[in-house]
Design a protein around this ligand. Structure first.
Ligand code: MCA
Ligand code: AMP
Length: 503
């Protein structure tokens, strides 16, 4: 038994002196140097007593060292669990507890708060700061540089990524080595990545898009990344001429189109722009082509499945579609009531099966059973159709989900907190169109009495418990929620009523 994830993504580059990461300060990190640091960290993790299969949670700002820890976990057979740095302590507490992580790596500024929780749970705490300092770096400096790769099977867990649930708490998607490797390799081939590519990387590293799509594709191809801490227009404009490809959420593209500096000359030697994580408006696709001559390649994926479909690299990229199922991925449309497969152009739920599909939800067998069929098809919760040319169209969601700038927000999580507030009878959180984020949440609140609840206090309480990106951009007081004859809140009526709030 070997360790395919490490061997194929990292081990193949042991002797590679080409740059892996170009940093903003003009420095670069070669593959060889990157892997030497990763091996030191792998030793440090093992010295701490972490054994193969243990989970390492990490909540830090984007940095090269975060990728070192990803590589170290792969080499030491540990399960990598990245968390959004904007999560509040309350949110992180749930993830640490639920995942049974043995170690949390956090920014120094959160150490005090997290240590209190960690101590109770017997979890180790180390730090890593955005300026490359931290206790894990100090320890790694005195750890040996040689590390013997730990054997793992391809069905072993490589990562745990949490994805929110329509009801209740977030679910940990168990991703195996096969899930990550098969998808990275397929995307590299389908999108024509080679070691000549320089990817402009401005996505966060705690989601599938920035980590398992962007980073794994580059690692598979042996290419390089211009590694930006975040999406910042000045940095993007400066670095586009040095890049060959970029991957982003639709907000990246609408922001670029809104900047007067963005023109055809800047992207002259780019060969590919990829969009995903949220719907790309046809207008954006068309306007982008008008200005740059490039047709953005839109693809479709999920945390649980990695990437499922893609518009073709060579071939027609159709605006408003997410393209064709990737090689090895089966995709069908089924009737949500009967599960019967539907025909061309019929709208139903999207189901997918393939080596990309996860193993199930961590410690949630009931939820796994409800969404992952025994025959291997995963029910995505997205609604769509397949047209006569095989292109997949996403036409809505069967799940109550809002996607803001590529981040998923589950209304239920917000509604539960709002409903607990003084003076609130009930609430409904809905997504409405937003010019920058695509969609944004607003909360519609019904009072217990005839007077308005204190919306400011509610807002302040929400901000204490939830990450900033989840906060409703508006709280509104209404008399009652519209309901159908079954008593179910008709969110479509609310969405229609408030659709122009931000336009
Ligand atoms: C930041 N803020 C947001 C968001 N991001 N609010 C709502 N939605 C967001 N996405 C908050 C900030 O905290 C800030 O709060 C205010 O909004 C404005 O911040 P700004 O500086 O404009 O934001 P930014 O830092 O420029 O970020 C916007 C962004 C970023 C570039 C769109 O959110 C981003 O990189 N999104 C990509 C997410 C992603 O990778 N998704 C993939 C997951 P304040 O009011 O306090 O200033 S999905 C996935 O992986 C699946 C598998 C797939 O298919 O890919
Ligand atoms: P996540 O749970 O963060 O993995 O988000 C997955 C969800 O993002 C999918 O179920 C879709 O609803 C949505 N999504 C991803 N890519 C696209 C796309 N290209 N167009 C529309 N929705 C997308």
């Amino acid at each position: 038994m070997n360790n395919l994830l490490y061997d194929k993504l990292f081990g193949v580059h042991l002797e590679n002196d080409a740059p892996f990461l170009y940093l903003l300060d003009g420095q670069n990190i070669t593959y060889r140097k990157f892997l030497a640091t990763s091996r030191r960290i792998a030793n440090t993790l093992v010295e701490m007593g972490l054994e193969p299969g243990c989970c390492v949670a990490i909540q830090v700002e984007k940095s090269p060292e975060m990728l070192n820890i990803y590589a170290a976990c792969a080499q030491a057979g540990l399960v990598f669990l990245p968390l959004n740095p904007s999560y509040t302590v309350d949110e992180v507490k749930y993830f640490i507890e639920n995942s049974e992580a043995r170690l949390i790596i956090c920014d120094e500024k959160n150490k005090k708060d997290l240590s209190t929780i960690a101590q109770k749970l017997g979890v180790l705490v180390e730090t890593l700061n955005s300026n490359s300092t931290g206790s894990i770096i100090d320890k790694a400096a005195s750890s040996p540089e040689d590390f013997e790769t730990v054997a793992r099977s391809k069905n072993d867990l490589a990562a745990l990524l949490y994805t929110s649930g329509t009801t209740g708490k977030s679910k940990g998607a168990m991703l195996t080595q096969t899930n990550l490797l098969s998808n990275g390799n397929t995307l590299m081939k389908e999108w024509g990545f080679t070691n000549n590519d320089i990817l402009l990387h401005a996505l966060p590293l705690f989601h599938t898009h920035g980590l398992f799509v962007a980073t794994n594709v580059i690692l598979s191809a042996g290419g390089s990344m211009i590694f930006l801490p975040k999406f910042d227009l000045d940095n993007i404009i400066e670095n586009l001429p040095k890049s060959s490809a970029m991957m982003g959420v639709p907000t990246f593209y609408t922001r670029l189109l809104g900047d007067s500096r963005f023109n055809k000359n800047l992207v002259e030697h780019m060969r590919l722009f990829v969009s995903g994580s949220a719907p790309l408006l046809s207008e954006t696709h068309i306007q982008f082509e008008k200005i740059t001559g490039h047709r953005i390649l839109e693809r479709y994926g999920m945390t649980e499945t990695n990437m499922n479909t893609s518009n073709p690299y060579n071939g027609e990229r159709r605006a408003g579609t997410v393209g064709l199922p990737l090689p090895g991925v089966e995709l069908k449309i089924s009737d949500p009531e009967t599960a019967k497969e539907l025909s061309i152009d019929e709208i139903g739920q999207i189901e997918v099966r393939g080596p990309n599909v996860f193993k199930g939800y961590w410690k949630m067998p009931e939820k796994t059973k409800a969404e992952l069929r025994e025959n291997g098809f995963f029910i995505t919760g997205d609604l769509g159709k397949i047209d006569e040319d095989g292109y997949v169209h996403i036409l809505g969601r069967d799940k109550d989900l809002i996607i803001s700038g590529g981040y998923n927000i589950y209304p239920k999580e917000l509604e539960e907190i709002i409903d607990d507030q003084v003076g609130v009878l009930e609430s409904a959180v809905i997504g409405v169109p937003h010019p920058d984020f695509g969609e944004t949440p607003i909360a519609v609140i019904v009072s217990e009495t005839e007077t308005a609840p204190d919306l400011e206090i509610i807002e302040s309480n929400l901000s204490k418990s939830l990450a900033r990106y989840k906060h409703p951009r508006k709280l509104l007081w209404i008399d009652q929620l519209p309901r159908n004859t079954m008593g179910k809140v008709q969110k479509n009526i609310l969405r229609e009523e408030f659709k122009s709030l931000f336009s």
